[in-house]
Design a protein around this ligand. Sequence first.
Ligand SMILES: [Zn+2]
Length: 303
Amino acid sequence: MSTQICSEQTRFTSVAPLVEYDNRINAVADAINGADHVLIGGGAGLSAAAGLDYAGKRFEDNFADFIDTYGIEDMYSGSFYPFETPEELWAHWARHIMVNRFDHGSTALYEDLAQLVADKDHFIITTNVESQFALAGFSTDRIFEVQGNYAYLQCAIGCHDRLYDNEQLMRQMVIETKNCRIPSHLVPKCPKCGGPMGVNIRHNDFFVQDTKWNAARDRYTTWLQEAQGSRIVLLELGVGFNTPGIIRHPFESMARFNQQVTLVRMNRDHPFSSFDSGTRILSFPEDIHTTITRIMATRCAAR
Ligand SMILES: [Zn+2]
């Protein structure tokens, strides 16, 4: 098993052409085999590659009535649609949450990812909110969901910092939805201030960070501190520029300033680094699942 992290042949930057796919696969397999720690950064592109696509047939099959009534174009933009009544708003949210969080189940890509790093000390930071890492078997103690989770409600203005499990309520809303509306008696109210409730995802300044969120952030910070000085592979998967300050920029910074770090960036649209030199970055515009599968096979063959 090679302990070499990144040879001169596998270093390249935004100005260099991509080396052969096989060579990059081998370089990542070597890097992981030689790593002491693996940090996974998961973005929207990862879930899309896993089949949780927010547009196309999956959207059209599940939201035909909302498409006809409101002209909603995809699930992402639907989350921001200015519904006029809470009955319509919650009919849409309940459908969205059931489709993407509770009724989908684990996906093969996330399960393969869990297998890929199972023998390495690892941690996950993600902006995704569908619990796919936990569903795939990753320990919840090793997951930091920065932007929240579809499975919880909060006071819409964050008047208190408690979160509320929403599966039973969302399921009931879907069952009782008629003409894109839920019955008024199902509209949730804040138990403290009596105002509206919202989904615990960070889309405004009222996002609630409860004790579990803070504990996950602290575990992530501690893990990073303890990993410093040893060999780290950063697997940055499907992270674009919606919120680059959470994963993408910090990962690049780590790769730029820490010679022990290898950054593996899988991103169909933005695979390259903003740095021109001095970094260890392996870029993959290719399909994430295919790449993960090939890295796993290469790792196994090297043992
Ligand atoms: Zn409240």
